[in-house]
Design a protein around this ligand. Structure first.
Ligand SMILES: Nc1ncnc2c1ncn2[C@@H]1O[C@H](COP(=O)(O)OP(=O)(O)O)[C@@H](O)[C@H]1O
Ligand SMILES: [Mg+2]
Length: 304
């Protein structure tokens, strides 16, 4: 004789969905919705990949300038640029808020001739990588060891928390803005890795204070990279990679290129050796090993 189901209903027995599975499904649904909303938020305010102020190689445009102007020459830098006050300093450059044709500009001067190789490498990179990710170059004079760039009054990312804490910037002190800054940073690293020159590795990044000091906060709260002095090139085709310096570095963000022991096939990234530099270290390495980080003292901090 056929057994009847106890509850008297026909058909296969119903499987109850455990409450925890329901909860997980609800959470997954909420995550998906949140993701879509965020996506819309960021899609609705796209940042163009093209720099609207783009100029041909050798030219620049800053602020309200209508036309592109040629990079300033030694002569123009000497006569038309007036340094006002020091706003920052690292191992390679001393940076002065300066005036050029009633505009605020940043004049960087080489700190010591021992660092000239790094200084010239940084200048070469600035020239080659101009665009929305890199501080705008206005001119340079190799003879005088000077570089002129667009001045960013909010200074480097080292000042970020102080800037966000100012009451006039409370409206931008949001997690969305902070996420956007993080994405700007990743965008810069990505640009350097896929640059027109090839794969470039940002070596000046072995700890947080050092990393933050290489990037500037623009007045519209985006990021540009400012210090490209330690930016070696990877040569994929010849199987050569990058090692930043001679010795093991310590720090929170030590990159694989700075970890020891390193694998075979790596090359050292070293500017030509300078005879009087201690134990054959590069300037970048000397700076890193000595813990001599880029700093902005209270005196030099730009007024916001
Ligand atoms: N264009 C600029 N506008 C405002 N501040 C700047 C500018 N360029 C540099 N600085 C300040 O000077 C500091 C040192 O500049 P940086 O190029 O990193 O020198 P170094 O190569 O010696 O490390 C930066 O961390 C920043 O605070
Ligand atoms: Mg620096």
């Amino acid at each position: 004789m056929e057994k009847k189901p106890l509850d008297g209903r026909k058909g296969p027995p119903r499987r109850e969905v455990p409450p925890v599975v329901g909860l997980l499904l609800a959470m997954a649904l909420m995550n998906a919705l949140l993701y879509l909303c965020l996506d819309r938020l960021f899609i609705s305010t796209p940042r163009s990949s093209l720099d609207p102020r783009h100029c041909p190689y050798g030219y620049f445009r800053v602020g309200q300038m209508n036309n592109c102007s040629a990079w300033l020459s030694c002569e123009e830098l000497r006569t038309d640029v007036r340094p006002l006050k020091r706003v920052g300093e690292g191992a390679v450059k001393r940076v002065f808020l300066s005036e050029w044709k009633e505009r605020k500009v940043a004049l960087s001067r080489l700190t010591s001739l021992e660092m000239k190789e790094d200084f010239l490498h940084g200048l070469q990179m600035l020239k080659s990588l101009q665009g929305k990710h890199v501080v705008t170059l206005l001119g340079f004079c190799e003879e005088d060891n000077t570089i002129l760039t667009e001045y960013h009054p909010l200074g480097s990312l080292s000042n970020l928390e102080e800037t966000f804490n100012l009451s006039k910037y409370q409206n931008v002190n949001t997690w969305q803005q902070r996420l956007q800054l993080a994405m700007d940073y990743v965008g810069i690293i990505n640009y350097l890795h896929h640059s027109p020159l090839g794969t470039l590795v940002m070596c000046d990044s072995s700890d947080l204070p050092k990393t933050l000091s290489q990037y500037l906060l623009t007045s519209n709260f985006s990021i540009v990279v400012n210090d490209l002095d330690a930016l070696p090139l990877v040569n994929h085709s010849s199987g050569m990679f990058v090692k930043c310096g001679h010795r093991e570095l310590h720090g929170d963000f030590v990159a694989p290129e700075q970890l020891w022991p390193y694998g075979k096939g790596h090359i050292e990234w070293l500017p030509p050796a300078r005879p009087n530099q201690g134990q054959g270290q590069t300037a970048t390495e000397t700076r890193a090993l000595s813990g001599n980080r880029t700093r902005v003292s209270l005196d030099y901090r730009p007024t916001l």
